[in-house]
Design a protein around this ligand. Sequence first.
Ligand code: N01
Length: 530
Amino acid sequence: MTDKFDVVIVGAGLAGLQMLHEVREAGLTARVLEAGGGAGGTWYWNRYPGARCDVESLEYSYQFSPELQQDWEWTRRYAGRAEIMRYIGHVVDRFDLARDIRFRTRVEAMTYDEPTATWTVRTDGGDEVVARFVIMATGCLSEPNVPDIPGIGTFAGDVLHTGRWPREPVGFAGKRVGVVGTGSSGVQAIPIIAQEAAELVVFQRTPAYTLPAGDEPLDPALQAAIKADYAGFRARNNAMPTAGLSRFPANPNSVFLFSAAEREAIFEHCWNRGGPLLLRAFGDPLVDPAANEVVAEYVRGKIRETVTDPEVAAKLTPTHVIGCKRICLGDGYYETYNRPNVRLADIAAHPFEEVTPTSVRTGEGTYELDVLVFATGYDAITGALSRIDIRGRDGQSLRAAWSAGPRTYLGLGVPGFPNLFTMTGPGSPSVLTNVLVAIHQHATWIGRCLRHLAGTGIRTIEATPEAAEAWGHHVADVAGRTLLPSCGSWYLGANIPGKKRVFMPLAGFPDYAEKCAVIAATGYPGFALA
Ligand code: N01
């Protein structure tokens, strides 16, 4: 069966849903193809215990409808998965989005046809959809990374990944559970699993810097005050480098301008307030290694203070630059290691050797387990794009075009792939910002672009190779002025064996948004329009 639409959107997560709304506003027809059984993207799949957003609810929400943002009432400072899924369901119903979404439909391949200037998109059901434009709203953290440990296929118990958690409830009572990974997902799941499981072994490769989230019921007076001027609140957030947290003014001054006692007081305030404020407490921790070390050492002190066994505390203490991997937010994480049923296995010092039907063996010993949970993250930013066989001009594949690292213009267009847009793609601020703001900016920019093309009779838009080349240098230059590329993070692709190490996101939202706006207002320089 072949259907025809103006636009195909791949993915019905928060990006795909807003994009569908924008495409409709532009007067075009759209079909959204979504692999999951419902809308929500990352929130649909991440059903693991403790899943909660690490961006405050009043910011992690859509801004395209003033009525929606007035009507919706958040209950927590950080919304949990269930609350976010209720919000997504409300948005889908309110804007009648589901009628244009085909669920349980995974896109396998797509091919550009030059004579007709259309894309043919093929699904796992064998159907084809033809469209002039394809918009990839496939998410930055949607393609799970599962380590290849010898014997993993023989394990007789349940093997779970936080990003593909089963729909049916998973019970840990009376079970011996192993969790691999201590990034944001592990840090949230570990304290909850520890409360239920008979025994928990955490397999840690790199300790994370974990700051208290400070989750609490949302103060109704704060919610009302923000709603009284939501537009102003959004505008102030958009002016921040990470497009958020304008409620907590950043201190631009060097950490070294303050005495030890003054620093301590500022750090304590940030720690007790919760959230990632420590990194904004001074102006230089993400650019000066010595300043970074001051902040890192404060967090290390907190770990030593919290964890009662000094050997365990030492293993949990990170040594890398704070902030070069995404900061984890979680309440009660370090305290969990004081529980008698929790053990920490250092797999950097003693790597995995083998999984048997009943155990995991490392260089240090054998752990008998009933359940194995992988909180091992994602083939980030490019993973979901490169698993689809995308063929552009002259049949060239996106995978091949990106074998030396992703090449985009603005993180929105790819040379050789006309009429294809990537949302929150490599080369855009995406994961270095509040991603809902990044989504809003991309969805509105693409919507405006589609209206422009329709109004001028232009058939194709395509990033030029020169513009993409220059943009790649710009992204690298901006990252190179910070400490962000200084450790083996998923921002760099370093968590995936064999993946080319390129710093993929662009730091600094306001400058990026301004550039995109100027490009749209001046006839789309850097894109070939034909
Ligand atoms: O994944 P991660 P995540 N053998 O990649 C380890 C967002 N998010 O799902 O650091 C052994 O951060 C890996 O070790 P190392 C957020 O943006 C947000 O936790 O590579 N271990 C690390 O400890 C976040 O950053 C929220 O050495 C292996 C862990 O597994 C992003 O998603 C909640 C391994 C993976 O950490 C990803 O977070 C959850 C291997 N082969 C996620 N491979 C909130 O909003 C990897 N590891 C709160």
